[in-house]
Design a protein around this ligand. Structure first.
Ligand SMILES: Cc1ncc(COP(=O)(O)O)c(C=O)c1O
Length: 291
């Protein structure tokens, strides 16, 4: 919100890659921007980006592009070569890159354990803002603590906006953040290994269910899967929670291209995932998708 208040005004053009955590599409709209969504595609290799299409839509009048990688809800993750191409295009025309890096430390491909970041490719003056949070990797959801990395020219405005929005994070929460960054590496490594096992277990269970199309995502903590025959994911999820006690997020919450999909957060124990999978099986067996 602070980043958008600093960068975006009425009538500005903003591009976002979707499906996406809805805040990143709605916040620029609150500031009066026009948001164009570039959809990821769901195909035989999972969720992918048509890079040429994105670049073509990053027109010279585009104020900012919002990219969340690894992505909530799909887990899709930008490669470094794709980031390089987006960055050089944005540099040429002065477009800001707003990178929501909330899940960068929840990355399962390769040995790096941290997803490719625009910050690795950028100079101090580049028009890149990386936003981040303690919520995911440090398991501090609800603590309302995060940070931004931004070029020096933006910091005075961000400081004012912070003052006028919340003044500051509470001191005891800041202290918790200091403990998290100074002692949290082992927790992150343990969490990553746990989530990787949880992802593989859940994807295995889902793949065995008829009508479900799912891929193991390279990042984040969700399986975003298609259920054959579902045209109203909200109704599907409401009935699932009401009748079988399993709460999943409807794909439509993440944009129209998410319709027909369901998001399952696998940041959970194997026994809970096993129980949930059995509930979903019973629901599908009872003919849920035709509701
Ligand atoms: C992409 C993304 N960014 C940011 C956040 C928010 O994190 P916080 O708990 O710090 O508000 C989330 C939470 O779901 C998210 O998915």
């Amino acid at each position: 919100m602070l980043t958008t208040q600093a960068l975006v005004g009425p009538g500005d053009r903003v591009v976002a890659i979707t499906p996406l955590w809805p805040n990143l599409v709605e916040i620029p709209k609150i500031m009066g921007a026009h948001v164009e969504c570039i959809e990821l595609r769901f195909g035989p290799r999972g969720w992918t980006l048509d890079l040429d299409r994105l670049i073509a839509r990053l027109t010279p009048d585009t104020r900012a592009v919002y990219i969340n990688s690894p992505n909530n809800p799909t887990g899709w993750t930008l490669r470094a070569d794709e980031q390089r191409e987006i960055l050089s295009h944005c540099r040429r025309q002065g477009t800001w890159v707003v990178a929501d890096d909330a899940y960068e430390r929840l990355y399962y491909d390769g040995d790096a354990a941290v997803a490719p970041s625009f910050l690795d490719l950028s100079d101090a003056e580049d028009r890149i803002v990386s936003t981040n949070t303690f919520s995911k990797s440090w398991l501090m959801t609800g603590w309302r603590l995060g940070w931004v990395v931004a070029p020096a020219e933006l910091i005075p405005d961000l400081a004012k906006l912070l003052e006028y929005n919340t003044s500051c994070a509470p001191v005891f929460v800041q202290r918790a953040g200091v403990v998290a960054v100074s002692q949290g590496d082992a927790v992150i490594a343990h969490t990553l290994a746990r989530y990787r096992r949880a992802r593989d277990y859940l994807v295995g269970r889902l793949r065995a269910m008829p009508g479900i199309e799912v891929f193991a995502a390279p990042g984040a903590m969700y399986a975003f899967f298609r259920v054959a025959g579902v045209t109203d994911s909200l109704a599907f999820c409401k009935a699932l929670v009401a009748e079988h006690g399993l709460g999943l997020a409807p794909g439509i919450a993440f944009g129209p291209e998410g319709e027909g999909f369901v998001r399952w957060c696998f940041a959970s124990s194997e026994s809970r995932l096993a129980d949930g999978a059995s509930r979903l099986e019973r629901y599908l067996h009872a003919g849920a998708p035709t509701r």
